[in-house]
Design a protein around this ligand. Sequence first.
Ligand code: THU
Length: 160
Amino acid sequence: MKELTISTTFKIYEQLSELPSAVFSLMESAVSARNNAYSPYSKFNVGAALLLDNGKVVIGSNQENAAYPSGLCAERVAIFQAGALYPQAKIKTMAITATSQNHKVIDPIPPCGACRQSIAEYETRQSDEIEIYFMGEEGAIMKSDSLSDLLPLMFKKSHL
Ligand code: THU
């Protein structure tokens, strides 16, 4: 028996002003995307913004449904839109922010498991890492340099 230890490192920015300016702007796009969330059930509004290598910014917000599983998270709305609009472009950076109509969200909100798997597909497809910055509505911003830091041992097409 052997043991495998996997460690990941995240960067923590205490406030928005510490972010590189392009990321600060991208987070502003995520905040504005958050305002278009359709979240009558969870009252939890998530915004995501992607910066592509062609300079385009693509946004997404969570879109809920009375049949709960039919709704979709902000991150997947954004990456699927990027894939549909700019299939040749690479996603460089993702910014995520969330707020709640019930309480103040001060913890950085990472992408859920299903979104991590979906983002992993795009990272594999483009053979380039996607940096991910995530925050609540205020407080610290966390950054992972790559989706693989959020999803070690990811399942991908090479396993098929
Ligand atoms: N949600 C996202 O948009 N992204 C995540 O990574 C986590 C959860 C949404 C889905 C649902 O509309 C609401 O937040 C509560 O789960």
